[in-house]
Each structure stands twice: as C-alpha cells, then as structure tokens.
Design a protein around this ligand. Structure first.
Ligand code: PRT
Ligand code: ZN
Length: 209
C-alpha cells in the first residue's frame, strides 16, 4: 500500500510568531500532540508535520520545497528576496519597517540621510528603498537592537521594525518614513504536490487554491 504523503508546515520555533501561528492552525481544525521539545510535531488528525525553525530560515526551506508551507513575516520574506507565493495574509504580527532618527537631530526628510550612516538588520530592504530615493548612505549591518546605535555613535539613523513605537520612544527616536508594512503570511512552496491543494481545503483557504 502506498504510504500517504505527509505535508510539512514551517513555523517559528519560538518568538513573536509562534503562538499566533499555532492558534491559526488549530483554529482551522488541526489538532496537535502536547507541546514538546521536538523540532517536528505531528498533527493528530491530518497527514501534516509542523517543522519548527528560526523565522529567518523559513523562506529558504519553503522555496526549496523541504517545507510545503511556512508562516513568516513579510519583512523576513522580502529581506530574503525569495519570491514565494503568498497564499493568505494572516493578520497578526503587524508591524512597519521604518527609518527613525534621534529626536534632536537635524534630519527632517529622507534627502537629509545623504552620506549618513544607518544601522539595520534589513540591509536589502534599506538598500532598495534608498536606491529608489537616490540616497547614498552607509548601511551598518547589526543583528539586533539597532535602536541603540545612534546613542552609541555607531550610526546617525536606524531602520528597524516598529509595532507600538515604545522602543523608538524609549531610545529618543522618531520615525522618518516607512520602508515596508508587514504582517505574518502563509507562503506556499513552488514545488508541486497534489496533497498541497488538499491541505488548503482542510484549512478552508479556498480563495487562492
Ligand atoms: O529566533 P527567531 O530568529 O525565530 O526570531 P526573531 O528574534 O528574529 O524574531 P521575533 O520573534 O522577535 O519576531 C518575529 C517576527 O514578528 C518579525 O520578523 C516580524 O515579522 C514580527 N514583528 C511584529 C516584530 C515586531 N512586531 C516587533 N515589534 N518583530 C520585532 N519587533 C521588535 C523590533 O525589532 C523592535 O526591537 O520589537 C521592537 C519594537 O516594538 P515596539 O512595540 O516597541 O514598537
Ligand atoms: Zn529571526
């Protein structure tokens, strides 16, 4: 007898996307074994495995068809530059990637960033944005906590995610412009599998099948 094909959905292992991603999947009727430390979790009522990954790795796994679907922020997807099909927008993890500057600085417009230093973990998105505005700036790549960079003298401005604005406020920064609006999305792998269609029906995602 042919073993039934199992689908894999890549979900962030821990962090801001984890709980809402699991809530989305359970709200669509999928049942999971109790949480364990395992990096693969089996769905109890469907031929689906959840694969837990760092969010930054999810686009790569999905683009290569190792995972059939993934849940990831549009910011990460766009920064990776991989063109994956967005099956549906999920309406959580809403945030904006903004350029922000010290409240007391003389930077008032995007043009004022000419020849300045901007700290970010999103070098691709920032480069694309500055290129469109014909701004030449020096991009200082950091892996997190970009907001601290102006105070420490590493950069004149930052390009980072904002949700409530509290972190900018706490670091005396004000937003100058929005580079990207983002939310969590369900992405599908370009690798064809018949069972993928069935999963979308199971999840009641009919609009984009
Ligand atoms: O470990 P792993 O690599 O998987 O996780 P991570 O640490 O890279 O990501 P995580 O869990 O922090 O965020 C996952 C995703 O959540 C992001 O890629 C975004 O799509 C989304 N998201 C939504 C956010 C925020 N809101 C957010 N506010 N990600 C980060 N932040 C940070 C931001 O970088 C800044 O430091 O929160 C701070 C600002 O928040 P406010 O509310 O003070 O404005
Ligand atoms: Zn990450």
């Amino acid at each position: 007898m042919k073993t039934q094909e199992r689908l894999k959905i890549a979900v962030q292992k821990s962090g801001r996307l984890y709980q809402s991603s699991m809530d989305f999947l359970t709200s669509r009727g999928l049942a999971f074994s109790p949480d364990s430390r395992s990096l693969i979790r089996t769905c109890q009522n469907s031929n689906i495995d959840i694969v837990y990954l760092r969010d930054d790795d999810i686009p790569e796994y999905v683009s290569r068809g190792i995972a059939d679907f993934g849940i990831v922020g549009q910011n990460v997807l766009a920064e990776k530059g991989l063109t994956l099909r967005i099956v549906t927008r999920l309406g959580f993890a809403l945030c904006r990637l903004v350029i922000a500057v010290p409240r007391c600085s003389r930077i008032r417009t995007v043009e004022d960033l000419q020849n300045l230093r901007i700290a970010t973990s999103y070098p691709k998105l920032l480069t694309d944005y500055l290129g469109k505005s014909n701004i030449k700036a020096s991009i200082v790549v950091v892996s997190g906590s970009a907001e601290i960079a102006p105070r420490l003298g590493l950069a004149d401005a930052v390009c980072d995610l904002v949700q409530t604005g509290a972190t900018l406020e706490a670091n005396d920064l004000v937003p100058l412009c929005t580079v990207l609006g983002s939310q969590a999305v369900l992405v599908g792998s370009p690798v064809r599998k018949r069972s993928k269609k069935r999963l979308l029906l199971d999840l009641n995602i009919k609009s984009l099948i």
